[in-house]
Design a protein around this ligand. Structure first.
Ligand SMILES: Cc1ncc(COP(=O)(O)O)c(C=O)c1O
Length: 400
């Protein structure tokens, strides 16, 4: 199916207002997402929160089907969580680690994830081992396999890191995890909605993602996928009344159900908005939207590469819609501000989000332009012209 770009942009009111290349931060939503949220909040105000939920129960339940369809899972393997970090952490702390267990992870791991590995090291005496990247930024799969031992309890990988256009080969890692029967947790916060992600092909046991980024849903939600077959092995770190059932003054019992990762209370307005965003994407087809993201980001990467003073910093062989770069002599934070004053949204990825990779490459922060399918070729031209102008001004100043 060919995407109707004019229609997609008409569906997205924000494109009239800003040039938005901050989709890895938070995408612009379609109008229908905002409408469903506000309409539901109005209904809550008019009939009562519990009563509104009863009226909408069937529509709310469709969320699980939409999320499952997108990642090729089953609806009873999906839990609604507050964000990707919460989903990741709930999965991580549910694994019964023992002293000496090893977590294998990557050089591009996200800050939240690594902080919690360190916490488990402190609390439970686990060990963290980092799979190295080669000189081009690709994870070394043979090296990874040589690091497998009976102590490796978990392979935890970030699929697309926050600070560069790299795609980590999640399927190849999954094949190794499966071969050695090791639990596999995927941080797919930047990849779900961005590119095709299929949990059967990847063979992960857990996957955490967020609503606001490439999925174009509202802020403050995410979902966690947990493979059905492993639920019995897990101990949720905290219990809620949907997680556990209170039997009597001495006892409670748990169901081996993915709902053990949900909170009883949640914003159903946001769930409906998230569901609408997922159904819109499922209708467009992730293969189609991914093709367009690749097309647009390749153009941007190529054009930025040709501007004197700009260095594109994306690593690895497989690249995505995130384009990371720096402009010589201009701190990324300053460039970001200059662009923002011109209604151009980009972001800055700072060291603290990906400490290992940033330190290895001697970077304290980078500029990040992240493209979505609803962006246009014209926007790329405008952006590139602005960058050419800014780079030229900087060169002039230097040569004065
Ligand atoms: C790779 C990656 N993982 C996890 C997160 C955390 O997402 P959330 O803020 O939804 O917890 C981010 C956020 O930028 C991210 O880029």
């Amino acid at each position: 199916m060919n995407l109707n770009i004019d229609q997609l942009r008409a569906d997205t009111p924000g494109v009239q207002n800003v040039l938005h290349f901050n989709n890895a931060g938070c995408s612009l939503p379609i109008k229908a997402v905002v409408d469903v949220i506000t309409e539901y909040l109005q209904l809550e105000a008019m009939v009562g929160g519990y009563e509104a939920k009863d009226q909408y129960q069937k529509t709310i339940d469709q969320f699980y089907q939409e999320a499952a369809t997108l990642i090729n899972a089953s609806p009873d393997e999906i839990a609604i969580v507050g964000n990707a970090s919460e989903g990741f952490n709930k999965a991580l702390y549910a694994i019964p680690f023992e002293v000496g267990d090893i977590i294998l992870t990557s050089e591009v791991e996200y800050g939240n994830n690594f902080i919690n590995f360190l916490n488990l090291k402190k609390q439970k005496g686990i060990e963290i081992q980092i799979i190295p990247n080669d000189e081009f930024g690709n994870i070394m799969l043979e090296k990874m396999e040589s690091m497998i031992s009976p102590q490796v309890k978990l392979i935890a990988i970030t699929h697309i890191p926050t600070n560069s256009g790299l795609i980590v080969p999640a399927e190849k890692i999954g094949a190794i995890a499966k071969k050695h029967n090791i639990l596999y947790l995927l941080d797919a916060c930047q990849s779900v909605g961005h590119m095709p992600v299929d949990v059967e092909k990847i063979q992960c046991d857990f996957l955490a993602t967020t609503s606001r980024k490439y999925l174009r849903g509202p802020r403050g939600l995410g979902f966690l996928y947990v493979r059905k077959g492993i639920l019995k092995k897990l101990n949720p770190p905290t219990l809620d009344m949907v997680t556990a059932h209170w039997d009597d003054v001495e006892n409670y019992h748990l169901d081996s159900d993915v709902k053990m990762f949900e909170n009883w209370e949640k914003s159903y307005a946001l769930v409906l908005g998230f569901s609408k965003a997922l159904s819109y994407l499922n209708q467009l087809g992730i293969k189609n939207t991914w093709k367009r993201i690749q097309h647009l980001s390749n153009i941007l990467r190529e054009k930025l590469n040709h501007i004197e003073g700009i260095k594109v910093l994306d690593i690895g062989n497989q690249k995505c819609g995130i384009v990371s770069f720096v402009l010589d002599k201009i701190p990324p934070e300053d460039l970001h501000k200059v662009l923002l004053q011109q209604s151009v949204n980009t972001s800055v990825s700072a060291r603290f989000s990906t400490v290992i990779d940033m330190d290895k490459r001697g970077l304290s922060s980078v500029n990040r332009a992240s493209i979505h399918y609803y962006n246009s070729e014209e926007e790329i031209d405008i952006f590139v012209k602005k960058m050419e102008y800014i780079a030229e001004q900087v060169l002039r100043k230097i040569n004065k």
